[in-house]
Write a protein that binds this ligand. Structure first.
Ligand code: NAD
Ligand code: 4TP
Length: 349
């Protein structure tokens, strides 16, 4: 008998941002088969619902209690208490611990099987660092450390690239972009790219494109780091000394890798034809292209974790919080993808 669909734990993110209202909007749409449970402060959610006149029935569950069957208009909540009341658009360092606690609750639920996947609404990295959580970089790195793995890979994909395999996913706005480095100052990027690190990342990317996206032999296009992929060493030597040797070794094992290619022209239809994912060397090399292609309709996936985690493609949008202007499209995409991945995960022996 097929097990029932897994519930998804959705963290509500920075309380002063748009996360709480996106979670409420989620409840007004068609729920995924196993339903969702939001991890956050019930009073915050009730206040935001009242402010925006969203008719959502919040059902506060005791920690660990089973989540009732999904119903439109009903939002089960695993409560985590704010440290101080939150106002839309106004960050408070006191609530940084609250945001991290919501993540811990969701991670624990995924690890002990009470949830099949976690989906994260956006948090504000700056306020968490201001609160003294030194070294915090983002969900991706926090999840890596919390799950005790050495390496994870951040990949964003536009909606049209999420559910199809192989060459079927190709289209003008269909794109999967993974990153070799994540939340680092640009000054530190070159030093952070090593042959061994790239190899780990490419192994995770290849394995998870097969596991989650059904691509038997993924073809990955790899960006260079420097302009014109280093111009034969005249504009930087990382391509010759770090990236190329790694690609040669993995090609010898049967990996299908293009590159290192100049990043300015890699993202053109001719070079993307037949490519299943692009590996960019740093955040703003790859993500502007992805967000230009599909902002608001894309999801962020952390590959290489022992649990399933997806997220939105945008941030806290403090300028929109509490105004009813935030678009829940990306959260819906992230939830649909997490449901799909959790379903596949529960079917995997
Ligand atoms: N998944 C995450 O947790 C995540 C992702 C990206 C950024 N962030 C964080 O969010 C904070 C703000 O980052 P930022 O200003 O660079 O990016 P942002 O995505 O919050 O905002 C960029 C622009 O996009 C708009 N926007 C964002 N989401 C929208 C939505 N759902 N509907 C309509 N418009 C939307 C904003 O109003 C703003 O004009 C930072 O602390 C950043 O690190 C978090
Ligand atoms: N790099 C992501 C983006 O620009 O969408 C974002 O900062 C979220 O990263 P985490 O999922 O690691 O918080």
């Amino acid at each position: 008998m097929k097990p029932s669909a897994p519930v998804l734990a959705v963290t509500s993110g920075e309380p002063a941002g748009i996360g709480p209202e996106l979670c409420l909007q989620l409840a007004l749409g068609e729920p995924p088969p196993g339903g969702v449970v939001v991890v956050g402060d019930p009073t915050l959610l009730a206040q935001r619902a009242a402010l925006l006149r969203l008719e959502v029935d919040l059902v506060e569950l005791s920690p660990g209690a089973p989540v009732p069957p999904a119903r439109r208009g009903v939002l089960p909540v695993w409560p985590v208490a704010l440290r101080e009341p939150s106002r839309p658009g106004e960050l408070a360092v006191a609530n940084a611990g609250y945001v991290l606690e919501t993540l811990d609750v969701a991670i624990a639920a995924c690890r002990d099987g009470r949830a099949g996947a976690m989906v994260t609404a956006p948090l504000h990295k700056g306020v968490i660092l201001d609160a003294g959580h030194a070294g915090f970089r983002g969900h991706t790195e926090y999840l890596r450390d919390a799950c005790g793995v050495d390496e994870v890979v951040m990949m964003l994909a536009t909606d049209s690239a999420l559910h199809a395999a192989g060459s079927d996913w190709q289209g003008s706005t269909a794109l999967r972009v993974a990153l070799a480095t994540t939340h680092l100052p640009l000054r530190e990027v070159a030093d952070a790219i090593s042959e061994a690190g790239l190899e780990r990342i490419l192994r995770i990317l290849q394995a998870d494109l097969t596991r989650w996206f059904g691509i038997a032999r993924p073809r990955i296009a790899v960006c260079g780091l420097n302009p014109h992929a280093g111009e034969s060493g005249h504009l930087g030597r990382e391509e010759l000394e770090v990236i190329e040797p790694c690609l040669v070794r993995l090609r010898n094992e049967g990996f299908e890798l293009d590159g290192p290619l100049p990043a300015d022209t890699l993202f053109t239809p001719r070079h993307l034809t037949g490519v299943d994912a692009v590996l960019a060397m740093y955040h703003d090399q790859g993500l502007p292209v992805l967000k230009y292609a599909g902002f608001g309709q894309a999801a962020n996936i952390t590959l290489g974790l022992p649990i399933v985690r997806t997220s939105v493609d945008h941030g806290t949008a403090l300028d929109l919080a509490g105004r009813g202007l935030a678009d829940a499209g990306s959260l819906r995409v992230a939830v649909a993808l997490a449901a799909d991945m959790a379903d596949r995960g529960s079917a995997t022996p």
